[in-house]
Ligand binder design. Structure first.
Ligand SMILES: *Cc1c(COP(=O)(O)O)cnc(C)c1O
Length: 388
């Protein structure tokens, strides 16, 4: 990691100095679109410290056996790299449908779509269903990428507010949807950066009020607590519902770049219009299919991570912090009058967390027990210093 160049990722609202090597912005002579002037590329700082708990990755990598299967599948695909890949990625979509079928019946490859990360899936959704004269809406605090896809696709962006407990107030959500008539609504459950899973009654209220597409972003679905339902169960009833998932988090495949969705086949067909030709490389398809063959092993760590998450939340609470309820693989905690100082103090002690979410809060991804021990120890030291 030491050869990794620092990224220009200064989170919005932070007064942090740019990291070394950050370009001083795009010069005037570069004919960038006006609305992109002064914008920063997305990026959590990739700082080389021993304990990295800032991007909600799975701390456990694939096993040797899984890596070997991925390598031999990619090798087989390599012999065909003179040819374009299967544009429709049927094999992969079938495998993803099989995987989802463990949660809900009736899903086949026609109802599943895949792209390079669920970020690309969501951008395609706005390319197809947003655009000039159209509106997308979500409820803050939530995933910071949604407004960027809206900006990139010239879609008007409206941000409602979540409640103080980071849930959604159904009445005001419905009122906002009725007033704004959004073409696309993004709901995130469990939400990032707060960890909050939506009450299914509230999801239903939004689905009933929304005139267009409703995306439920379930990037963290596998981490939800027992008894928390998935929006997959609502697909049969609501044809304009899209549920997005990713292999980046529970599946320990963030580097593989594979996100997907489940929706009505007509919605999937609409997305095929805007996708770039051959958007999913043969290498990506082969690697993801191989990883899916090892789903039980890759997901074996999820239960342990959920236990570690609950333990982390409890310990933070016992140490006197405010902690947001979490159904994800991270915990939002606070509150700090100077969260940047706490973030920096942790970095100085070799622990990287994320400075994100509502002012005063920090987000820690769940790592191994040793990493969490290092985090708690460092946090205790930092807050002792801060308190003096
Ligand atoms: C991490 C994350 C994603 C996943 O992004 P990929 O492009 O699939 O890696 C999607 N939505 C949310 C809310 C996330 O936090």
């Amino acid at each position: 990691m030491s050869d990794r160049r620092p990224e220009p990722g200064t989170p919005a609202g932070s007064d942090r100095r740019p990291e070394p090597g950050t370009p001083a912005g795009v010069p005037d002579w570069v004919p960038l679109r006006d609305e992109l002037r002064g914008e920063e590329p997305y990026g959590a700082p990739q700082i080389d410290v021993p304990v990295r708990l800032n991007t909600n990755e799975n701390p456990y990598g694939p096993s040797e056996a899984t890596a070997d299967d991925i390598a031999s599948s990619v090798r087989a695909a390599a012999l065909d790299l003179n040819r374009y890949p299967d544009r429709e990625a049927w094999g992969l979509r079938t495998a993803l449908a099989d995987y989802l079928s463990r949660e809900v019946a009736g899903l086949d490859a026609n109802r599943v779509w895949a792209a390079n990360g669920s970020n690309e899936v969501m951008q395609q959704i706005l390319q197809a269903f947003g655009g000039p004269g159209r509106t997308a809406l979500s409820f803050a605090p939530t995933y910071s990428m949604y407004p960027e896809y809206a900006r990139n696709t010239h879609t008007r962006w409206v941000a409602g507010q979540r409640r103080d407990d980071f849930g959604i107030d159904a009445d005001s959500a419905v009122a906002l949807i009725e007033a704004e008539q959004p073409d696309v609504v993004f709901l995130t459950s469990p939400n990032n950066p707060t960890g909050t899973a939506l009450d299914p009654l509230h999801t239903r209220a939004v689905l009933e009020a929304a005139p267009g597409i409703v995306v439920v972003d379930e990037a963290y679905a596998e981490f939800r607590r027992a008894g928390t339902p998935s929006a997959l169960e609502l697909l049969a009833q609501f044809p304009r519902l899209v549920v997005t998932r990713t292999m980046s988090k529970a599946f320990a495949l963030a580097g593989g770049r594979l996100g997907y969705l489940a929706a009505d086949p007509a919605i999937v067909d609409a997305l095929r219009i805007v996708r770039l030709p051959y958007h999913l490389s043969s290498v990506t398809q082969a690697a993801a299919e191989a990883a899916l063959r090892h789903a039980p092993e890759l997901l074996a760590q999820v239960d342990g991570l959920r236990v570690e998450r609950d333990r982390t939340a409890q310990r933070l609470h016992d140490d006197g912090f405010t902690v947001a309820e979490s159904d994800a693989n991270f915990v939002l905690f606070g509150t700090f009058s100077d969260r940047h100082a706490v973030w920096q103090g942790l970095v100085d002690r070799g622990v990287l967390v994320r400075e994100t979410g509502p002012l005063g809060w920090l987000r820690v991804s769940i790592g191994t027990p040793d990493e969490m021990h290092a985090f708690h120890t460092a946090l205790q030291e930092v807050t002792d210093v801060e308190a003096r």
